[in-house]
Design a protein around this ligand. Structure first.
Ligand code: NAI
Length: 340
């Protein structure tokens, strides 16, 4: 039988450090696919290629699966986002971002049980990248919401709620102000809900959602939202449970899936061996579950929870002094100990 092949995009900033740590943890647990190294971000730019080279896109398209480290995008100038290019080119329309309390993780909600998932639309909205300047003092951006885009997103979200035996799906929007775009999003949400009478479907305006999340986050089950709101709300949720170093994500399309952490390339700590690889590791565990490797995913996930709860070997963002490598070694040690 041919070995399973997975695209590996280390990216830039802390990307190479955390992808190496995650690979080491997976392989120590017997998950040894053929990793296909692919370039994106600064290493590609340094070779005169676009931030998301066509070759990388084609390889992921062919493999159907990839694990991706972060890639930086300059603010207000320079090249366009490699991430947006990847999600659009491969039509990775659903971005799934779980937020779960982690024992030992410091945060304002460490005594509250948070277990919610954000499903963010990943290809439309203001991220369609349609910007122009009709006058030197006026800059405009076009927000794009399409009915088919809404329909496939809601189908995916409702099916996910059902498959995970969850109970409630909440649409997050601003349809009181953006009556056509967010109005269509909300209309399609309730049309889709009719097919899922076993799931409670409700909605909330994005500003109220943020207020509710920072006061009573435990009330949410699954949130489905547009691209921009989803981007912002998922960082907010990461902050509720101990920060960006723990927040995982998956970009899902009809034929492809790319797994990556919520966080960016963290240039402030890049190259220093300080980054927390947990967010990318949790993203990789989502990938393992996607591949049906649930036992291995649960085993590694359990070891991470134990390392966090013990609190002896943690990276700086979690209040510890361990390096990326030391933390990865501790996760591996606990995995092996659990295996007996
Ligand atoms: P960021 O997520 O890179 O960093 C925000 C803060 O969180 C920093 O203080 C950083 O040190 C910390 N942090 C992030 N990940 C961490 C980890 N694994 N361990 C420990 N600390 C961690 O966000 P920022 O600074 O706004 O963006 C930096 C670059 O990343 C930008 O160019 C941005 O465009 C890009 N970016 C890329 C993403 C991707 O590739 N999917 C997603 C978000 C941002």
């Amino acid at each position: 039988m041919n070995a399973l092949k997975i695209g590996l995009i280390p990216g830039d900033g802390i990307g190479p450090e955390i992808t190496a740590a995650v690979q080491r943890i997976l392989e120590a647990n017997g998950f040894c696919p053929e990793w296909v190294p692919l370039e994106a971000g600064q290493p590609a730019i340094d070779k005169g290629l676009p931030a998301m080279p066509e070759e990388t896109l084609n390889a992921v398209r062919e493999l159907g699966i990839a694990l991706k480290g972060p890639t930086a995008t300059p603010v207000g100038k320079g090249h366009t986002s490699a991430n947006v290019a990847l999600r659009k080119a491969l039509d990775l329309f659903a971005n799934v971002r779980p937020t779960r309390s982690i024992p030992g993780a410091k945060g304002h909600f460490q005594d509250t049980r948070i277990d919610l998932i954000i499903v963010r639309e990943n290809t439309e909205d203001l991220y369609a990248g349609i910007e122009f300047q009709p006058h030197k003092d006026i800059a405009q951006a076009i927000k794009v919401i399409t009915r088919p885009g809404c329909q496939r997103l809601f189908k995916y979200a409702f099916e996910m709620v059902r498959a995970q035996k969850r109970k409630r799906l909440t649409a997050v929007h601003k349809a009181n102000i953006m009556k056509l775009t967010d109005g269509m999003f909300l209309e399609e949400f309730y049309k889709a809900a009719v097919e899922y009478p076993d799931i409670t479907a409700d909605d909330i305006i994005v500003d109220n959602c943020c207020m509710q999340l920072v006061t009573r986050p435990e009330q949410f089950d699954v949130i489905v939202t547009e691209n921009l709101y989803g981007d912002i709300v998922s960082d907010l949720c990461a902050g509720l449970v101990g920060g960006l170093g723990l927040a995982a994500g998956a970009n899902i399309g009809e034929n492809c899936a790319v797994f990556e952490a919520v966080h960016g390339s963290a240039p402030d700590i890049a190259g220093k061996g300080l980054a927390n690889p947990t967010a990318l590791l949790f993203s990789a565990l989502m990938m393992l579950r996607h591949l049906g490797e649930n036992v291995t995913a649960d085993h590694i996930g359990g070891a991470v929870l134990r390392v966090c709860a013990e609190g002896k070997v943690l990276t700086g963002d979690m209040g510890g002094t361990a390096s990326t490598e030391e933390y990865a070694s501790e996760v591996i040690r606990v995995c092996l100990e659990k295996s007996g």
